[in-house]
Design a protein around this ligand. Structure first.
Ligand code: ZN
Length: 308
């Protein structure tokens, strides 16, 4: 099978249905909601009481088939994965998930769902290896009305052979830090970083600050927010020293700090300006922005009193 032939066979999967008229194994129900909220530590009052709704991010839970699976699954997705296996793309990693919630789900709702193979990318070369991104879209309905959309993306790839085979005397390939995944929920944060501003989200309903960036307020549930710019002072709240596993672009041992900003929120970052074994809890640190390569700038924290 040559590359063009493979590309055409992969493209032919786009639009094929992976699940047809699936039905939730249980109606939306309070016990599952309660277990979810306990596991997630989510105490939002919207999920309890007589007018409870289901947490929107539970969307996929209502479609899960459990050990016995769903009979509504077609062969399409398995056939696509088998074709990719045959082409040498035997490894898989889930890359990201996007959800939309046009209408809340409530206890008693009986859900139905359909899954389509939405896209198969052209061949891409990533740090993990060369392969194809496969995106499925599941539309979840309640009473025939669209309640949520769940897009799930995997990378099916042939693992790189060069990395483990490289001898110690051979030059290392250019190793760059991994890129952040920028999405609709956190784009504003990265835009701030590009301007050398560390932006904290602030709920415009109850004024609670939150970090990292999330679509809703953990305190009151409001989706409305603005930002405040961190002044840059912080302290090391906790830290770990990484020795293993080795990872490209990082040179162990190094300290990863959980920094408590003066504003009260915490951020994971590197502590610079002191040896890794001199980082201590309570150490005052100061924000700065460090450029790692031509496109990557990250907020880092310098031990206070250390000259830049
Ligand atoms: Zn709030």
């Amino acid at each position: 099978m040559d590359d063009d032939d493979l590309a055409a066979r992969l493209k032919a999967f786009e639009g094929r249905r992976a699940t047809v008229a699936g039905r939730g194994k249980d109606p939306v129900n309070l016990p599952m909601i309660r277990h979810w909220c306990e596991a997630m530590g989510d105490t939002n009052p919207a999920y309890t009481g007589p007018d409870a709704i289901a947490p929107p991010t539970m969307l996929q839970a209502w479609t899960m088939g459990g050990l016995s699976g769903h009979t509504s699954r077609t062969r399409a997705y398995d056939d696509l994965l088998a074709l990719l296996d045959e082409a040498g793309c035997t490894s898989v990693v889930a890359t990201d998930c996007e959800q939309e919630y046009p209408r809340p789900l409530r206890p008693g709702d009986e859900i139905t769902f359909d899954t389509v193979i939405e896209s198969v990318s052209a061949r891409k070369t990533t740090r993990l290896g060369t392969g194809y991104f496969v995106t499925t879209r599941t539309d979840i309905r309640a009473g025939g009305e669209l309640a949520g959309t769940h897009r799930f993306r995997i990378l099916k790839y042939a693992p790189r052979k060069d990395a483990p085979a490289r001898g110690p005397e051979e030059p290392r390939p250019a190793e760059r830090r991994p890129r952040a995944v920028v999405n609709r929920d956190n784009a504003g944060f990265w835009e701030g970083v590009a301007r050398h501003e560390l932006l904290i989200q602030r709920c415009t309903g109850c004024r609670a600050l939150r970090f990292p960036w999330l679509p809703g307020c953990h305190a009151c549930g409001s989706p409305d927010w603005d930002t405040v710019r961190a002044l840059g002072d912080g302290t090391v709240f906790s830290y770990v020293v990484l020795h293993h596993p080795p990872f490209p672009a990082f040179d162990p041992p190094y300290a990863v700090g959980l920094i408590e900003l003066a504003e009260g929120v915490r951020i994971v970052s590197n502590v610079i300006g002191v040896p890794y074994d001199e980082v201590r809890i309570g150490m005052p640190v100061r924000l700065e922005f460090r450029r790692y390569d031509e496109e990557l700038v990250l907020p880092v924290f310098r031990a206070a009193g250390e000259a830049a």
